[in-house]
Ligand binder design. Structure first.
Ligand code: S3P
Length: 431
């Protein structure tokens, strides 16, 4: 994809359904009794990989584009897959499905693409093994491909070293098949879609947050007889909206209304960051849909300034750091991003991919052990962007390209298909 700078983005957009919620709707719908109807399902490659895995385990899933129907077979209704489960590029599919597979009475093997097969799986293998699961890394490198055989699971109290919704969800899903109570405590609350949605499906699950300044959060699940099919409306993905928020703020003479976006507080850290940076950003029409808060987001071109981003807010904006870094490069002053070492184990090492590509565009961006320092205010110039097939790098640097002098080439831009296949078309509609 070749891009040059533009001005005056004006109009309204919607973005595809939330990736995290779309994955969970397929997984929970498959192990629930009866039909689950999912509206505004994200037709991105990651979520299609989740559909593929559950179809291989005998679940009839009708993907009708505008909505998806899952004919769930109940908690014990999955059947042995006839071949390898292909999880593609999707960390969420991999880590969550392992929780379910660990409780099944059949063997399973799963594998993904080169990037996925290099991402750490010890973080789920360890707690699953404590629960009694038989899960192993076939190449003995603590990564996928993974092999899981039947086991009797028992509940544990797991104190997770990372605030990770994938780790938390994996353990809670295994907890559905375990004897006794399973609890997961994380250092600070990560996205809570699993807790909200599993409860809607009828799971016996509660969440405990401390109110005394200790930021630890615990989710506790007990096995139940059955989950029951639901009707789900997936809100627009704030992680996809983030690119339009940033575009509206940094491209001169712009005003964009982004409609129907999920603003669950465990996901909405980017809104606080924009406000702190001085953005003209307004939430309109705030409401609740299917248990999740939703709003329309209005943004206008703004003069941004650098800030420090660290601590408990990090898990609520972890996927937005590449685009926040791009905004920081265009802001006055310096932005410090700390406590974000998790960036190293995303679809690419995002500390490296973000700072390398910002440097290529003329910004003084310094990688650190747990984040980065971005010296803003120097005009960006066009460059060749190495995405390393990471969808969020392709999209974040497409926005940088629209605000930079000269031409930018985004290599492997097709990787946006992972979470936002219509990304470039949605932009064209605003021109
Ligand atoms: C996700 C959790 C996050 C996030 C990922 C989606 C989820 O990962 O980065 O894109 O749907 O649970 P971690 O749990 O590893 O932080």
């Amino acid at each position: 994809m070749e891009l040059t700078n533009i001005t005056g983005l004006k109009g309204e957009v919607t973005v595809p359904g939330d990736k995290s919620i779309s994955h969970r709707s397929i997984m929970f719908g498959s192990i629930a009794k009866g039909t689950t109807e999912v509206h505004n399902f994200l037709q991105g490659a990651d979520c299609l990989a989740t559909i593929g895995c559950f179809r291989r385990m005998g679940i009839d899933i009708e993907n009708r584009g505008s909505f998806v129907l899952i004919h769930g077979k109940g908690l014990h209704g999955l059947s042995a897959p006839d071949s390898l489960l292909d999880v593609g590029n999707s960390g969420t599919t991999t880590r969550l499905i392992c929780g379910i597979l660990s409780g099944q009475p059949f063997d399973s093997k799963l594998s993904g693409d080169e990037s996925l097969n290099s991402r750490p799986m010890k973080r789920i293998m360890e707690p699953l093994r404590q629960m009694g699961a038989n899960i192993s890394s076939i190449l003995r490198n603590d990564c996928a491909p993974l092999y899981i055989t039947p086991a009797h699971l028992r509940g544990i109290r797991y104190d997770s070293p990372v605030a990770s919704a994938q780790v938390k969800s994996c353990i809670l899903l295994a907890g559905l098949y375990a004897e006794g109570e399973t609890s997961v405590t994380e250092p600070s609350l990560s996205r809570n879609h699993t807790e909200l949605m599993l409860r809607e499906f009828g799971a016996d699950l509660r969440s405990v947050y401390s109110l005394d300044g200790d930021t630890k959060a615990t989710a506790i699940i007990r096995p139940c007889e059955e989950l029951y099919g639901q009707k789900i409306h997936v809100p627009g993905d704030i992680s996809s909206a983030a690119y339009f928020i940033a575009a509206g703020l940094v491209i001169p003479d712009s005003e964009i209304l982004i409609r129907d976006i999920g603003i669950n507080p465990t996901r909405a850290g980017i809104l606080r960051v924009c406000e702190d940076m001085g953005a003209d950003i307004t939430l309109l029409n705030q409401r609740k849909e299917g248990g999740e808060p939703v709003a329309d987001i209005l943004v206008r071109t703004s003069r941004l300034h650098g800030i420090t981003i660290k601590g408990d807010i990090i898990p609520t904006l972890i996927d937005e750091i590449p685009i926040i870094a791009v905004m920081a490069a265009m802001a006055e002053g310096t932005t410090f991003i700390r406590d974000a070492e998790e960036l190293k184990v995303k679809e690419s090492d995002r500390i490296e991919t973000v700072t390398d590509n910002l440097k290529a565009m003329g910004c003084n961006a310094i990688p650190t052990a747990d984040g980065m320092v971005i010296c803003g205010g120097t005009p960006l110039h066009g460059a060749t962007i190495h995405t390393l097939l990471d969808h969020r790098i392709a999209m974040a640097f497409s926005i940088a390209a629209l605000a930079a002098e000269g031409h930018t080439k985004i290599l492997d831009s097709h990787c946006v298909d992972v979470s936002f296949p219509t990304f470039y078309d949605t932009f064209e509609a605003l021109l």
